[in-house]
Ligand binder design. Structure first.
Ligand SMILES: [Zn+2]
Length: 140
């Protein structure tokens, strides 16, 4: 395929192939996590790692692993991405558990941080309402 847009079958100096597209998509997704994390940090004016960062890390690294396994077939590249999914998934699990541990205020509906005794917004006692007066809420 020789045309003005694809001289010599290349575009941007790259000989395109479906796995090249997968690899570049993996690069783009993996890079975008920095933008997401930077934005979240600037917005909150403190260092924040949102769950989107871990989702983008996981997706990008799996795309790059697929590229390495099925196209590049280079042991160094394969090993570089073979195990990175483990901390990404672990961090997503921790994010999820922390989110579900939040306590919903029955009065104003604010989602208060885990182990809050009172609502941060309206001061409503949360513990007695949340665990029905027993002390079993923090078990497990
Ligand atoms: Zn409240």
């Amino acid at each position: 395929m020789d045309s003005l847009l694809f001289p010599g079958g290349e575009f941007l100096g790259i000989k395109w192939h479906i796995w090249k597209a997968v690899g570049w998509l993996g690069n783009a997704v993996f890079f975008s996590r920095f933008v997401v994390q930077w934005y979240a940090t600037e917005k909150r004016k403190q260092v924040v790692v949102p769950s989107a960062f871990w989702w983008l890390s996981l997706t990008g690294s799996l795309l790059l692993l697929a590229y390495a396994l099925f196209y590049q077939k280079d042991s160094v590249f394969i090993f570089a991405y073979a195990f990175t999914w483990i901390p990404y998934i672990r961090n997503l699990v921790i994010h999820r558990r922390h989110k579900h541990a939040h306590i919903l205020c029955p009065d104003c509906g604010l989602n208060c941080p885990p182990q809050s005794n009172y609502c941060l917004n309206c001061g409503t006692p949360l513990k007695a309402v949340n665990d029905g007066g027993s002390e079993t809420a923090h078990a497990g």
